[in-house]
Design a protein around this ligand. Structure first.
Ligand code: UD1
Length: 353
């Protein structure tokens, strides 16, 4: 069976790597890798390929940045001839980025079976571009690989046939489990012993200057008590620079490679983020996570894990952080099937289709 994988953005890479490796272990699969080029900086892409052991892409569509419509349309227009030429039996798409939905649209119209890895997640917030990507991708997919029970329930509510849904667990945790030993070996590199780790890149937090200014000022208040390390996504860095915002004693860093970032997460007193994947990684690591959003498509990180939604409420952020610093952090457990063997379960399903 010829399987074509399509990835484009940073959070796709840690989901692809274990699946690629698991399929490699079976002679019945031939694999092709397409990178859409949605993320193109070496710090957002190449270094992840290296650390995760992903081979260079067979095809790079080099779409780069653009408006949502532009970027999605570019992936579609450039991917279609590749899929027609390569004739895969099945295409795997990952997560919820623009490249994911664009690829699902192209392949389903070419009558090629689509498998969605990390299907069924819903925040209920259609103002989030990723929510639109998730809804559309899942409707178009033939195989839906879900990480948790809530995802299965979401899909069934939306009328997806139960036989298409395969609960396999959280594939991103496979990469974490594989590289955690390397992260534990990672030198502290002059970082302080106790710190709060921050990442922010959602349009709802960084695109509006007033909102971003308010969030930075809450972080500056935290930095009066404890060092704040802030590896900034390019879009966040651009907004801070363009708006001339004051970052004072916040330790702004460039985007970090996977292993180095995992090391920082595992040693942090707390993580403040608006990322989806980091809510899950902190839950696995048992590190307290405060999420600067009103909703999450990963509710199991709140119900079972260490995650707390603080929205853009500065008082709530301060209050929850104080609880953590005073030793009253929320305790969590690792959800079922977050065991590092999800990609093997995906390979098992694919052997039977
Ligand atoms: C994308 C995903 C988001 C994911 C995030 C992780 C969508 C809708 N969003 O958001 O779900 O959480 O990736 O990183 O697909 N840029 C660079 N270099 C790069 C890539 C981007 O400088 O390698 C800058 C560009 O100015 C670009 C901006 O970042 O316009 C945003 O990039 P884009 O891919 O549109 O979305 P992300 O915010 O990265």
């Amino acid at each position: 069976m010829h399987i074509l994988h399509i990835v484009g953005a940073r959070p796709n890479f840690m989901k692809l790597a274990p699946v690629w490796r698991a399929l490699q272990g079976h002679a019945c699969f031939r694999q092709t890798l397409v990178h859409t080029g949605q993320h193109y900086d070496s710090g957002m892409s190449d270094i992840f390929f290296q650390q995760l052991g992903i081979p260079p892409a067979d095809v790079n569509l080099a779409v780069g940045s653009g408006s949502h419509a532009q970027q999605t349309a570019d992936v579609m227009a450039r991917l279609e001839p590749v899929v027609i030429e390569r004739k895969p039996d099945l295409v795997l798409v990952y997560g919820d980025v623009n490249s994911t939905v664009a690829a699902a649209l192209v392949c389903s119209k070419l009558h090629i079976r689509v498998g969605h890895v990390e299907a069924g997640l819903r925040s209920g917030d259609r103002a989030m571009p990723e929510e639109i990507n998730r809804l559309v991708t899942d409707q178009l997919s033939d195989l839906l690989f879900t990480p948790s029970e809530d995802a299965d329930a979401n899909l069934q509510r939306e009328g997806i046939a139960p036989e298409k849904i395969h609960r396999v667990g959280n594939v991103m945790i496979d990469s974490l489990v594989q590289l955690l030993p390397a992260a534990r070996e990672c030198p502290a590199n002059g970082f302080p012993e106790k710190y709060v780790l921050v990442t922010l890149h959602r349009p709802s937090n960084v695109d509006d200057g007033a909102v971003l200014r308010e969030i930075l000022s809450s972080l500056l208040a935290i930095a009066d008590e404890l060092p704040v390390l802030f590896p900034a996504h390019p879009r966040t860095q651009q907004r801070i620079t363009n708006l001339g915002l004051h970052t004072g004693q916040l330790q702004l860093l460039p985007p970090l490679p996977y292993v180095e970032f995992l090391a920082l997460q595992s040693r942090a007193v707390a993580v403040i983020t608006d990322s989806g994947g980091i809510q899950e990684e902190t839950t696995y690591l048992g590190v307290p996570c405060l999420t600067v959003r009103d909703s999450t498509e990963r509710p199991v990180t709140v119900s079972t894990g260490t995650n707390i939604l603080v929205g853009q409420d500065r008082n709530k952020l301060g209050r929850e952080l104080r609880n953590i610093l005073q030793g009253r952090a929320k305790q969590g457990r690792v959800p079922p099937l977050w065991d590092g063997r999800t990609a093997d379960r995906i390979a098992e399903v694919l052997q039977k289709v």
